[in-house]
Design a binder for this molecule. Structure first.
Ligand SMILES: Cc1cc2nc3c(=O)[nH]c(=O)nc-3n(C[C@H](O)[C@H](O)[C@H](O)COP(=O)(O)O)c2cc1C
Length: 517
């Protein structure tokens, strides 16, 4: 059977209750038709007839609505004798809440364009965990649909103590799944299909418990079974009390999940529902939605065929065989950029100093220690279309032979002579195989914009992302999960506010994508 635009058919019929009554099936069957975007063969005749009764011209081979021959006047004609008025009312309420089209006629064209919004090209499975922030998942569901993303809701048992499946169903326009052992759902839309028929799985809020169960591979309810069975990218927005977040068990689970490629959005800092202050608040809806949109944009592989060279992390410069000079760079920003570009299809060479981060998926990772090793690895990686120098490269290294171990003796501290390191950003900018787009980072302690502009001119790179080493609240950009920056590109200077480093990476990837479009 050919695929149908089931949502459009349902809207044209006047709602899901109408289709249920027409075919004599339950709500879960209609959810299944929506998920598959296909009606059973036996539905074609009655649906075609009902649509025609409502004044639509229909192609009977595929049930495509090709126009409206007679605009229906007044109330919708009855298409079946046993429409449950409660279901019909619920359906109307759901459509109104979802901002969807109204029941009762209107031009076929407007029905089609309205439904396209909710049946968008991307699909997100939204898993809601049982935390105090569960109600915010409703707003996330609504806002994702504003971006033409179709959302299907799944709730844990605990989540149902905070919000109802009906609220989520009303906002998504689809059944909310809660039960792993529901025979109807398993017969018509099993957990494996739910896990597979999506472009992304998003967990909001990701409770400490859900993170722990996922990190340990448990599959003891529908949510965790989906998380184990899915082959789609997974993103989590954790939210919990600051002590729960800071607990070594949660931190270890977080590290495990990140290492497995799960995208983390937040958590944020600030006041909590329980009255305490700290890290653990759910990230703002905007940030969650932006991160999902950016991730889904990546699935279009817009940078396929491009080679990106990314440097990340610190360099370490030996003083002797056991001591070294290093800096506080964690590599989080550079690694996030490498991951974002790889997700968009770029071939990525990540040249990284020593970090404790997992290697991002689908990148060629070259581990180095000193600035000179990083320089050699970068030059060897050319040609490249894009170079992004996010590493915090030491300006100097220790002169002479550093192979032995310095001894403490009565002669006092050793004299250490420093020699300038090669300038990787300037070298790549001036290289005969210069990448078409060279981007540098500037970590400045003062006069951010002026110093960054001067650095760009000095180094000869195309764009520069400048961030303040110390932020207004006294925290350091190094090792933080968030970053804000000025982007100097051409004659423009954009002020990018504080956001997760992963979001900043996506934003930069957007700009790179636009540059090469
Ligand atoms: C009022 C209340 C608020 C809670 N808020 C949170 C929370 O914000 N984050 C969290 O991780 N757990 C929170 N919990 C604990 C979870 O509900 C509990 O760990 C539950 O088992 C989570 O189940 P789930 O992960 O399957 O959704 C809260 C519990 C209660 C009673």
């Amino acid at each position: 059977m050919k695929k149908h635009d089931v949502q459009t058919i349902i809207t044209a019929l006047g709602g899901r209750a109408q289709l249920q009554a027409l075919l004599g099936v339950g709500a879960s069957a209609v959810s299944n038709y929506l998920a598959r975007d296909e009606l059973p063969q036996r539905a074609v005749g009655p649906v075609c007839e009902a649509l025609r009764a409502r004044g639509f011209s229909v192609d009977p081979t595929c049930l495509e609505i090709i126009g409206q021959s007679v605009p229906p006047a007044g109330p919708a004609p009855h298409i079946a004798p046993h429409i449950d008025p409660h279901l019909a009312k619920q359906n109307l309420a759901e459509q109104n809440l979802a901002g969807g089209p109204q029941i009762g006629g209107g031009a076929a064209a407007s029905v089609l364009s309205d439904t396209r919004r909710s049946t968008g090209s991307a699909r997100v499975l939204l898993i809601v965990g049982g935390g105090i922030a569960a109600y915010k998942a409703l707003d996330v569901a609504r806002r994702l649909q504003d971006h033409d993303i179709a959302v299907t809701g799944v709730m844990t048992g605990s989540a149902s103590a905070f919000i109802t499946p009906l609220s989520l169903a009303a906002l998504t326009g689809k059944k909310t799944y809660t039960d792993l052992f529901s025979l109807t759902d398993e017969a018509e839309m099993g957990h494996i299909q739910l896990a597979r028929q999506t472009d992304l799985v998003l967990v909001v809020p990701a409770t400490a418990n859900l993170m722990a169960r996922t990190a340990n591979g448990l599959a003891d309810d529908l949510a965790t079974t989906i998380l184990l069975a899915t082959t789609a990218p997974v993103m989590m927005a954790p939210a919990m009390n600051q002590a729960m977040w800071g607990h070594p068990a949660t931190q270890a689970n977080h590290t495990t999940l990140v290492a497995r490629g799960i995208g983390m959005i937040g958590p944020d800092d600030g006041g909590m529902a329980c009255g305490e202050e700290g890290t653990g608040r759910l990230s703002p809806t905007d940030e969650i939605v932006d991160a999902v949109v950016a991730k889904l944009a990546g699935r279009h592989k817009t940078l396929a065929g491009r080679h990106a060279l990314v440097t990340s992390g610190p360099t370490i410069e030996p003083i002797d065989s056991v001591r070294f000079i290093a800096n506080r760079s964690s590599g989080k920003q550079g690694h996030a950029i490498a991951a974002a570009l790889a997700a968009r299809g770029a071939k990525v060479t990540l040249v990284s100093g020593p970090v404790t981060l997992p290697q991002p998926p689908h990148v060629t990772h070259i581990a180095v220690e000193s600035a000179r090793e990083m320089m050699d690895a970068c030059t060897a990686a050319l040609p490249a279309d894009i170079a992004i120098c996010a590493a915090a490269v030491a300006d100097w290294h220790v002169a002479g032979d550093t192979s032995g171990k310095l001894k403490k003796d009565n002669a006092g501290p050793p004299q250490i002579e420093l020699v300038e390191n090669p300038d990787i950003l300037a070298s790549l900018s001036a290289h005969k195989k210069r990448p078409q787009l060279v981007i540098g980072f500037a970590a400045e302690a003062e006069n951010l914009r002026a110093n960054a502009a001067a650095k760009r001119a000095r180094k000869g790179c195309d764009w520069i992302l400048a961030n303040a080493v110390t932020r207004a609240d006294g925290s350091s950009v190094f090792d933080s999960d968030s970053n804000g920056a000025l982007l100097l590109a051409g004659n423009s200077c954009e002020d990018w506010p504080q956001m997760p480093k992963t979001a900043l990476a996506e934003r930069l990837a957007d700009r790179i994508e636009a540059h090469f479009a």
